[in-house]
Each structure stands twice: as structure tokens, then as C-alpha cells.
Design a protein around this ligand. Structure first.
Ligand code: WT7
Length: 649
């Protein structure tokens, strides 16, 4: 480990100066201290580099009990002016988005900042012509095509609130989200290419719209040429919608605290919640974290492999990079199509300088050995990054040694949908790397570790629950339509603190290591699944009486989903029931939520007050049935033996 605690990365040393960019370790320490001692001055200075239509009267007004957090109070702006108009003059001809299609032989699309400006403005005008107004909610259910980014920015241009739904979610999940935010419009595509498959997308929307009433119009982007039904008066093709629309569109004046977007995410209780981010703070935070963590230099090509349906895609494919005037690569396909060297091929093809992916992808590709990497040089890489779940040491080393060739800093970035941007991460080439450690907080971020009573654990070598004690500009403001839920979920466990739901350790060097969720959330391939949400879906199967879902260690996915189910078995084979249960979940939530293992059980271990003892179920699922501890206080200790006996391997 010692070897990594040195600064042996030379590639950055000649980087050109960019304002707000930390260059040295002492610079980091200095900026960090400033951000804690004088947070308003610190963030005010970062925000000054943007174009504001009207300056703020106060940088920060906050109260975590409300919670009521306001950044850049009274400030007026539009995030797209800072992405588009501001960059036209000197960067107009630079590539903003490079799009690599699913098929390696198909044409690459490059949009310069000027072209992106015109496309966004034109589509913004189309949205207005179809009746969208400031404050209206628009669902975006689209594949990874540049038009998805255009759609997001067009909403922002006119002050409509976008809510992107990952195109792998089921029609029920789409309907739930439409209904929760009472969306007026859906933007979608006919179909979606993913590897060797072509998936219907519009048909999913059609099904969802049978269960909702608020949507007036659907705009359909043609991607696959799949046949779709277009409902008269409701559905319109993208190309028809933009026809004749002007290429300029005034940017709506937004208050810094007006809603920019809603993004649904799973929690420990039943239904997903709409995390709300606002315009000003999110803009300042995604820009600042992007340029610092990745040490982006003008002219670099940056690639984040996430989907725009997740927060990573919002903050680090679209908003952060584009605010910085960066060239951001968007990839439509999957890492294993048409071959398992696709990522490495794309890195060489587009001369990628910063590469940001998930541990689950690394582990999946690691399993194919080194041969798939051999044809590629990957010598343009300067920084590699990881996000979404803890990266285990083995995957860390493989990524560092074979993808980064031992000379690229690896930034293990910890953050959440709710935090809006990266919170704890090394600054590439500045913070000495330590495998599997998210390391140190970014300036402006004040993480603390608390014990179960909420007492702060000071000093090094401590472990507990991770909280943040001071606001940062990119943080969640509310959960859409239910402010109390936001308060209960994040600000009530420990008074005066934002609770992350993660456990963390501060080691003997003062470095932070994230230990994973301490609540009933499972992290499957970097995607959050609430156990209650999966249980609700399982319980929809008519033969299911009760179920309990837990996570267990999975070699590639990080965590897998293990479901214990009590069923009415009459006349049914166990195998067919298990498959039906898996399909039910896939249909209600989406394939990503499908349980990896289903075990039919005669009962669930319960306490005398009737609560399911998940601790026991987790142990059995993890293959640690020999460490169950005392089970005699259970209401039904006899079921434990049956569960252990029948455990799925
Ligand atoms: C949860 C948030 C943030 C974008 C992707 C996921 C886990 C995220 C790391 C990391 C350890 C991580 C946490 C967190 N997580 N990044 N670098 N190391 N754990 O966003 O769906 O909101 O999930 O992902 O458990 O709470 P999300």
C-alpha cells in the first residue's frame, strides 16, 4: 500500500492553469481550510465565475431542521446560459458532445458547442410550442443519444423541470414517476439499441400512459426504426416537433433555488422518492467538483460510462463537463458488445484522457483476463475514476495497473443522488492514492463519523455512520411533493446532521473508507434498490404470502438480491414459481431488480414484536449460517433451521 501513497504521476505537471483548480496538496489543504472557515466567501468566489442575470444578496441561508437550505439567495440565472451562450464566443467550434454509437462501425456524431446551442434552443422552442411552460414537469425516457442531453438542456432553457427515468425501468415504474410528479409531457424514442438487442421504448411509455392522466403530449425520437403506434393528438415525432422552430431561444430567468430537476431514487421505504435539485447550487457544485476531481484541461476528451438515467449521467456526463466547456463522450452501447474490449477500443478511438466507470464494470471485464486489453494502447489516459459502490482492492489494483498502466491517478468518488456531486474523493494527481479509499472530502464538504447515538467520533481509527454537518451547494433540497419525507429520511436520524445511510471508517492516515449502506438499501452493480420496494413487487405475485429481501456479496455486482418467499405452493413446482417471482419483479420495477436468488421458505424469522430479523437472513444469504448468534428469543426459532437447510448456493 505504501507505494501508492507517493505522488508518482507526472502527466499533470504541465497542465495549464484553470481558475478554481487545485494543483498541489498544500493548495488543497489551504482551499479546504478556507471553505470551512469562510464557506460563504469560498463558494461566492466559485460562483462569481458564472454568468448571473442578477447577483445574489447572500451566499447561504440554512437550517438542517427544516430542512431549509438556500444557496445564492435572490440570485437569478439560467444554467444553460452558462453551458451554451457563455461558451459560444471562444469555444463555439470545440466539440461539446462526442457520441459513440452502439455499433462500432456506425457514424460518430460530434456536436460543437455552437451546434449544441442551436439544437437545445430549437428543441426548447418545440417544447414551448407543445405547451410546456416554466415549472412543468417533463419525463425523459430515452436511450443514450445526444438528443437525451439536448432534451435535458432544452427543459432547463425554458425552466421546465426534467425527470429522467432510466430506459431500463418497466412501464409500472415509469407510470409511478409520471404520477408522482404529475408530468405534462414525456420525451422518448421508438426503440433503444443495447448491445446485440434492440428494445422497444415507446411501447413501454404507451403502457405507462394507460395508468396516468397528467401527460398531454409525447415527443418521440426515431432511433431504431421500430414500428410504433402514434396516438393522434398526443404523440408527435421529434423531427416534426422541431420543424420550422427557430435556432435561438431566450433563456428563462430562474431563481437560484428554482427546481432544475427531479431524479427518483430508492430508499429503505416502499416507493422511490423524487430527489429535487435546484439551479444555482447544483451548477456551481457540479462544475467545481468536475474540474477538480478529474483535473480536466481544455482540449481533453472526458468519458463517463454511466447512463443519463442516473445522477452520475446528470452531473458528470451532462452538467458538470458542459459547464466546464469540456468535451464529453456519450456511449450508447454496453462494455461487452461486440467484444469485451469495447471500452478499451473506444478509449483509443477517441483518445480519451479521463475515464470514469463503475467497479461492477471493472470486475466484469477483469474476469476476461488481460488479453482483451492487449490490442489497445490507452496511452492518452491521464485519470481514471470509479463510482457507485465500494471498489474492492483487487479491482482497484487491476484497474490502476492494467487500465491506468500504473501511471494514472485513480479517483474513487463517493457521493449520492442526494448530494448532487462528488463529495469524498482524491483530487487526481494531488491527493496521494490509497486503494479502496474514497480518501478526503472536497473543499466545502464537512463529513463526520458518528456513533449510533449521533456522537461525533473524532480523530483517526474510528468507524461509524457517515454524516455531513454543513450544507454544500449541490445538496438535495426536498423530496418532490413530500418535504416531510426528506426531513425524516435525511435530517432526523441525527439532529442537525445530514445522514448519508452509509457506514465509514477514518483510518490511521485520516483517509475515509466507505463501508456500504447501513440501512435497508442494496447496491446492485452501483444501482440502489430498496429491499421494501423489491418485496412489494414480489408480493404482487398471487401465490406469494410474504417475502423478505436482503443483499449478499456478489463477485461482479457487488451485492446480489436474495429473496426469501413464503408461497402457497398448491399444485406448483418450486422452479416455476421462482421464475414467475423473478419475472414479476422484472415487470414491476425492471430487469435490474430481478432477485439473483429466490428461496421458498416455510416462515420468516420474527421477533416477539413481529419484526423480521433481517440480520439472520443476511447471514444465511452470505453463507455465514454458522454465525447466526442467539436465535432462541425469536417467536419462531424453528424456521431458522429450515431456512439454513434450504439456503440457495
Ligand atoms: C450510494 C449512492 C453517486 C453516483 C452513483 C450512485 C454508494 C457511491 C461510492 C464509492 C463506496 C459508494 C453509497 C451511496 N456509493 N459511490 N465511491 N464508494 N460507496 O448513486 O444510486 O444515489 O447511490 O452508492 O452506498 O450511499 P446512488
Amino acid at each position: 500500500m505504501k507505494a501508492y501513497l507517493t505522488l508518482n504521476y507526472q502527466k499533470h505537471k504541465n497542465s495549464k492553469h484553470m481558475s478554481h483548480k487545485i494543483q498541489t496538496l498544500s493548495g488543497y489543504i489551504h482551499e479546504y481550510q478556507k471553505s470551512v472557515l469562510q464557506p460563504e466567501e469560498f463558494w461566492g468566489r466559485v460562483a462569481e465565475s458564472f454568468h448571473w442575470k442578477k447577483p445574489w444578496s447572500k451566499v447561504l441561508k440554512w437550517d438542517f431542521d427544516g430542512p431549509d437550505v438556500n444557496w445564492f439567495v435572490d440570485g437569478k440565472m439560467n444554467i444553460t446560459e452558462n453551458i451554451l451562450d457563455r461558451h459560444l464566443f471562444i469555444m463555439g467550434d470545440r466539440p461539446a458532445i462526442i457520441w459513440e454509437p452502439n455499433e462500432p462501425g456506425d457514424e460518430v456524431v460530434t456536436l460543437t458547442y455552437r451546434e449544441l446551442y442551436h439544437q437545445v434552443c430549437q428543441f426548447a422552442n418545440a417544447l414551448k410550442a407543445q405547451g410546456v411552460q416554466k415549472g412543468d414537469r417533463v419525463i425523459i425516457y430515452m436511450p443514450m443519444v445526444p438528443e437525451a442531453a439536448v432534451a435535458m438542456l432544452a427543459c432547463a432553457r425554458i425552466g421546465a423541470v426534467h425527470s429522467v427515468v432510466f430506459a431500463g425501468f418497466s412501464s409500472t415504474a415509469v407510470a409511478d414517476r409520471i404520477n408522482d410528479c404529475e408530468a405534462k409531457m414525456v420525451l422518448t424514442s421508438d426503440g433503444n439499441y443495447r448491445g446485440a438487442k434492440s428494445i422497444g421504448v415507446k411501447s413501454v411509455v404507451d403502457e405507462a400512459l394507460e395508468k396516468s392522466t397528467s401527460v398531454e403530449k409525447v415527443i418521440v425520437f426515431k432511433r431504431t426504426g421500430t414500428e410504433v403506434t402514434m396516438k393522434e393528438g398526443r404523440d408527435i415525432w421529434w423531427d416534426d416537433a422541431i420543424k420550422g422552430q427557430p435556432l435561438d431561444c431566450p433563456a428563462e430567468e430562474m431563481d437560484a433555488e428554482d427546481m432544475l430537476f427531479i431524479l427518483y431514487t430508492s430508499g429503505s421505504t416502499g416507493k422511490p422518492k423524487g430527489v429535487v435539485h435546484t439551479c444555482g447550487g447544483y451548477m456551481v457544485y457540479t462544475y467545481y467538483s468536475f474540474v477538480n476531481v478529474f483535473q480536466y484541461n481544455v482540449g481533453d476528451v472526458y468519458w463517463c460510462t454511466a447512463d443519463v438515467g442516473w445522477i452520475t449521467g446528470h452531473s458528470y456526463i451532462v452538467y458538470g463537463p458542459l459547464l466546464a466547456g469540456a468535451t464529453t463522450l456519450m456511449f450508447e452501447g454496453v462494455p461487452t458488445y461486440p467484444h469485451v474490449g469495447r471500452f478499451w477500443e473506444v478509449i483509443d478511438k477517441h483518445k480519451v484522457n479521463q475515464f470514469y466507470t463503475a467497479p461492477t464494470a471493472i470486475r466484469a471485464l477483469q474476469a476476461y483476463g488481460l488479453e482483451p486489453l492487449e490490442p489497445y494502447k490507452m496511452d492518452t489516459l491521464k485519470v481514471i475514476g470509479s463510482v457507485g459502490e465500494p471498489i474492492n482492492e483487487e479491482a482497484w489494483h487491476w484497474y490502476h495497473d492494467h487500465v491506468g498502466k500504473g501511471n494514472c491517478p485513480l479517483v474513487d468518488t463517493w457521493w449520492q443522488t442526494e448530494t448532487g456531486g462528488i463529495m469524498i474523493a482524491p483530487i487526481a494527481g494531488v491527493t496521494p492514492n490509497k486503494p479502496a479509499h474514497a480518501s478526503l472530502p472536497l473543499p466545502g464538504v464537512q463529513p463526520i463519523i458518528v456513533d449510533t447515538e449521533g456522537k461525533e467520533l473524532h480523530g483517526n481509527n474510528v468507524e461509524g455512520n457517515l454524516c455531513i454537518k454543513f450544507p454544500w451547494p449541490g445538496m438535495i433540497r426536498t423530496t418532490y411533493g413530500d418535504h416531510d419525507r426528506c426531513k425524516q429520511t435525511y435530517f432526523s436520524t441525527y439532529k442537525g446532521l445530514y445522514f448519508t445511510g452509509d457506514g465509514a471508517k477514518r483510518d490511521h492516515d485520516g483517509y475515509l473508507r466507505i463501508l456500504g449502506r447501513v440501512d435497508d438499501v442494496i447496491n446492485v452493480s452501483g444501482h440502489r434498490m430498496g429491499t421494501a420496494e423489491v418485496e412489494n413487487a414480489i408480493n404482487e405475485h398471487p401465490k406469494v404470502i410474504e417475502s423478505a429481501v436482503v443483499g449478499y456479496p456478489h463477485d461482479v455486482k457487488g451485492q446480489g438480491i436474495y429473496a426469501y418467499v413464503i408461497c402457497d405452493m398448491e399444485g406448483r413446482s418450486e422452479e416455476s414459481l421462482k421464475n414467475e417471482i423473478r419475472e414479476t419483479v422484472s415487470k414491476i420495477i425492471g430487469p435490474i431488480a430481478k432477485p439473483d436468488k429466490v428461496q421458498i421458505v416455510p416462515g420468516l424469522p420474527k421477533t416477539r414484536s413481529g419484526k423480521i430479523m433481517r440480520r439472520i437472513l443476511r447471514k444465511v444469504a452470505s453463507g455465514e449460517a454458522d454465525q447466526l448468534g442467539d436465535t432462541s428469543t425469536l417467536l419462531n426459532p424453528e424456521v431458522v433451521e429450515a431456512i439454513v437447510k434450504g439456503a440457495s448456493k
